[in-house]
Design a protein around this ligand. Sequence first.
Ligand code: SF4
Length: 121
Amino acid sequence: MPLPFPPTAVGSNAGLGLKRGPWYRPKPQAPAPGVTAFEPVRAMEPALLTGKRGSKALKKAGYEASVPRCDNCTHYRHAQIKLFNSLPVHFPTRCMRHLVRVEPLGCCDAWAGRNGDVLEP
Ligand code: SF4
């Protein structure tokens, strides 16, 4: 007996309502124009202002990208691991002017920028 072509619902597929059998997988659909794979994640976040609108929003908010802090002070040293007699010694973030441990986002009156800036008295 010749098999029907194209394959139709026969045998075990007969009662499943499948026209092409369980082996059939629909081809992945091309995303709509302008839609990316990250679209579901982006949809949860508000759209960011970019370009001129972003610049205007930052100016209106009085935003400063780099403010005085220990992290950009000339006296600040990052955490390091140095070898002494082939043994590693950990040095925390520190201020070489006051010789104390400091936090990178902290600041004091003696802040001095790497370009010579100082805080106004
Ligand atoms: S404590 Fe003051 S002087 Fe020391 S690193 Fe921080 S800002 Fe600079």
